[in-house]
Design a protein around this ligand. Structure first.
Ligand code: DON
Length: 429
């Protein structure tokens, strides 16, 4: 458990979630993998790693469990790194199957699995990992998942053996896909890589760090390592959002609204993009194979803290106040700050273009702007161009010389030059 909750309000919040749900004894531990039937059902741990690298945890945060299906999104990331989205999509879909994780959700004609989060899709994903044999391929999986976790992970050999000797259904799925020529290469190799990745031994802190790496656009915030490219992190989180919780995926997105993935080892991983990664561990599972306490804690946390992906808070409005307008030296100066995105730029557009045409030159002061995304840049550029077309002089101030609005708007580099270049016959109030 985290040491001092007085100084650790986040650890304290995790601890209070643990206390709220620890009395829930519903569900059953997975038993179809004999070794999993032997695990202690009682532990309950939670961890959160922020996109800035802060780690917080509560409860049984050092108890080891096997990743199981939580490995799937991360190996999907490796297949995406090896082949790119188009080639991977040709072989494994991205549609929620609405079926159980071990269902035969394969296209009738092509044998293509519905998505990479169900067993069939994950086995196929393993066959896509580059490498001459199972050892090399698994070595690459291990290396990447360890980089996500920021620690050298190891396989729990007894869980691996237990599933390898009993996993007839997965073998059947792999052979069906091989028969349909959806899975090419060695079937046993793909199964070996898949079963090994499922048996990786982790604790909640490892898993929260893996999620934080996705949350932080593919860079592990604890080690600073760039693990995957931002677009790969985005693609992985998308599939987690739509397919990560199997036949509970739709309701999960509705109620919890966070990309997530569960495993029959009792873990759940969830990502709040740009904010943090969270992991829970509690072995008793509901009928869909999702940890009962973990799902309840994440549901409560998301609702109470407004973490739903589609949730918008009032602070966005306050951030917009970062844009101020004042009169200076006869010019209308619009000062912007922070990270500009669509909403900020659209506000500038509305205030300058929708109403009466300004009767004096306009200066866009970008000195305090930290960054400007593509859409904000285009909207600001369109605003400036529209003003010019209506006969208004426009200057852009950016002493950092970043040329945020593109060509034609880079010539005024400081405020004095910008304002000085205008006619001062109408000094500002
Ligand atoms: O292949 C299996 O059945 C397991 N190794 C993993 C399944 C799993 O974790 C489903 N998740 N809830």
């Amino acid at each position: 458990m985290s040491s001092d909750h007085f100084h650790d309000p986040i650890g304290a919040a995790l601890e209070s979630l643990r206390e709220r749900f620890v009395a829930d004894h519903d569900g059953e531990v997975a038993s179809y993998i004999p070794e999993l039937a032997r695990v202690d059902p009682e532990p309950f741990g939670l961890a959160l790693v922020s996109a800035g690298g802060g780690s917080y945890s509560a409860g049984d945060d050092r108890t080891r469990f096997t990743l199981q299906s939580i490995s799937k999104p991360f190996t999907y990331a490796l297949a995406l790194c090896d082949h790119g989205l188009e080639a991977v999509l040709d072989r494994v879909g991205a549609e929620p199957s609405g079926e159980a994780y071990n269902a035969i959700s394969l296209d009738e004609e092509t044998g293509r699995p519905d998505n990479p989060m169900i067993n069939a899709g994950a086995i196929l994903t393993c066959s896509l990992v580059d490498g001459r044999d199972a050892d090399t391929r698994f070595g690459r999986v291990l290396e990447l998942l360890s980089a996500f976790a920021g620690r050298d992970l190891e396989v729990d050999e007894s869980v691996f053996d237990s599933e390898a000797t009993t996993g007839h259904r997965n073998r059947a799925l792999a052979h069906l896909m091989f028969h349909a020529e959806a899975l090419v290469g060695d079937v046993d190799d793909a199964l070996e890589v898949y079963t090994r990745q499922c048996a990786l031994s982790v604790d909640v802190r490892d898993v929260a760090t893996m999620a934080a790496t996705l949350s932080n656009a593919g860079t592990n915030p604890v080690t600073g390592d760039r693990v995957v490219a931002p677009e790969v992190a985005e693609q992985v989180m998308s599939v987690m959002a739509t397919c990560g919780m199997y036949d509970a995926s739709g309701e999960w997105l509705l109620r919890v609204g966070l990309p997530a993935k569960s495993g029959v080892g009792g873990g759940i991983v969830a990502v709040s993009p740009g904010r943090f990664g969270i992991a829970t561990f509690s072995p008793r599972l509901d009928e869909q194979g999702n940890s009962v306490r973990g799902a309840a804690a994440l549901r409560a946390m998301s609702t109470e803290l407004g973490l739903h992906l589609l949730h918008r808070t009032h602070h966005l409005e306050e951030e917009l106040a970062a844009g101020t307008v004042d009169d200076r030296a006869g010019a209308l100066v619009v000062r912007l700050s922070g990270e500009l995105e669509f909403t900020d730029a659209e506000r500038v557009l509305r205030s300058l273009v929708s109403g009466p045409t300004p009767d004096r030159p306009v200066v866009l002061d970008l000195d305090d702007v930290r960054g400007c995304d593509e859409v904000a840049s285009r909207v600001l550029r369109a605003t400036a161009t529209t003003l010019q077309r209506d006969g208004v002089e426009v200057g852009v101030v950016d002493s950092h010389d970043r040329n945020l609005l593109g060509e034609g708007f880079e010539d005024h580099v400081d405020m004095a030059t910008a304002c000085g270049s205008f006619d001062r016959s109408t000094p500002g109030a």
